[in-house]
Design a protein around this ligand. Structure first.
Ligand code: PLP
Length: 393
């Protein structure tokens, strides 16, 4: 049961707990890191092995070549994208490199602007790869390491700006960025917004058309309960043909099976692919996405707001520092709380099979998902109190 306004709502999502084996043997509050594995993944991995064993090389033609697009098409409705607009890749770092490689920075319009709150891997690709291609990098600093310096970012986006790579939801404290205002400013000066939506897809309602972003990427590992090896890329269809990624490969060719010596890009979304796709991970990737689509993002978000609010209330009661915005409209699916000895406490929680994680300066990150009970949040806080007493921190 939980409250939405004055109404008590029965938590019908808990019926899905049976589909996730790990919920039986742990208090799993870490879906911002690795979503729980759906039980059906066992069958899908078996299917993968049998396809390989029985079809051998014919598996490519009959199933595997289509799998990247098929997986992308399952994700598409969750971000408001159209059919055949998403491609799958091994990880977001590689996707960022593919994107950077698609632009020419040897012009006057060569500036890349982002804040110092971005996920490090994203920043590394721009600091190293984009810079080596001639980009001028401008990093806008947050004053406290948590609150996004949106005003300063907006000021920095000028006529020289080519790209604004930003996160939808910040990884450290789940602050939701004001994407609409950033897109508006970027577009007014002819710049493009590259959105890392890793911490929004699967926990927040998100629509590429409403946000009007140009490029979006994310992964299935966390909120989509899809395991490692499945990251997705959407590029605005009208932008696609203007880009010629230099990080490329034969699958991006117009006619890959002609094995031609000269590169001629396909006009389909496969333009951003490179070599042989990570097929086994796509089998696993599909299962969580299917469950989440069946539930619907509105229900997931409603429950997430309720449970993150509960975490905030308890943290306030116990006097812990809360690094995540208290306003629901500014808050994603995670709450970061800090206290003295947070790292030691988080290690002890893990040893008790209470799954959370710790990030320097953010503290303990707590990330309930649609399958969690309210009682699990109480279990977590009771355990923190217990550990604190025992260890005399
Ligand atoms: C915002 C964000 N982007 C990207 C990643 C992961 O990047 P990659 O897929 O390259 O491992 C994470 C992982 O925690 C993240 O939080």
């Amino acid at each position: 049961m939980y409250n939405t306004g004055n109404k008590k709502v029965k938590d019908e999502l808990l019926i899905l707990r049976d589909k996730f084996p790990i919920l039986k043997n742990s208090t799993y509050l870490i879906s911002n890191s690795l979503g729980a594995m759906p039980k059906s993944v066992y069958n899908r991995m078996q299917e993968y092995a049998e396809t390989w064993a029985n079809l051998g090389v014919k598996a490519w033609q009959e199933k595997w070549w289509q799998l990247s697009m098929e997986t992308g098409n399952l994700i598409a409705p969750l971000i408001g994208a159209g059919k055949d607009e998403i491609t799958m890749h091994p990880n977001v770092s590689l996707i960022q490199s593919i994107i950077v490689s698609s632009f020419n920075f040897n012009t006057k319009k060569n500036k890349v602007v982002y804040t110092d709150l971005e996920f490090p891997s994203d920043m590394y690709v721009y600091q190293k790869f984009a810079k080596s291609k001639g980009a001028e990098i401008q990093i806008i600093k947050s004053e406290d390491g948590f609150i996004p310096p949106t005003e300063k970012l907006l000021e920095a986006i000028d006529e020289k700006t080519l790209l604004v790579p930003i996160s939808h939801v910040l990884f450290r404290n789940a602050n939701i960025m004001n994407i609409k205002s950033i897109v508006k400013k970027a577009h007014s000066v002819g710049a493009l917004v590259v959105l890392d939506a890793y911490h929004s897809v699967g926990t927040l309602e998100i629509d590429v058309n409403v946000l009007d972003v140009d490029i979006l990427m994310g992964g299935v590992l966390k909120w989509l309960c899809g395991g490692p090896g499945g990251a997705f890329l959407w590029v605005k269809p009208e932008l696609r043909e203007k880009l010629e990624p230099e990080v490329t490969g034969w699958l991006a060719h117009k006619n890959p099976f002609a094995f031609e010596n000269e590169m001629e890009y396909t006009n389909s979304a496969y333009r951003f692919m490179n070599g042989t796709p990570t097929i086994p991970s796509f089998y696993a990737a599909q299962e969580g996405t299917k469950i989440i689509s069946q539930i619907g993002m509105d229900k997931i978000r409603k429950k997430s707001i309720h449970q993150t609010e509960k975490i905030i209330k308890l943290a306030e009661e116990y006097g812990y520092k809360i690094n995540t915005p208290k306003e629901p409209e500014l808050r994603g699916g995670t709450v970061s709380i800090d206290m003295s000895n947070a790292l030691e406490i988080s290690n002890q929680l893990l040893s008790k099979n209470i799954m959370i994680d710790y990030r320097p300066s953010a503290g303990i990150r707590i990330a309930p998902h649609f399958y969690n009970t309210d009682e699990e949040i109480d279990i977590l806080f009771d355990a923190i109190i217990e550990i604190t007493k025992e260890e005399k921190f």
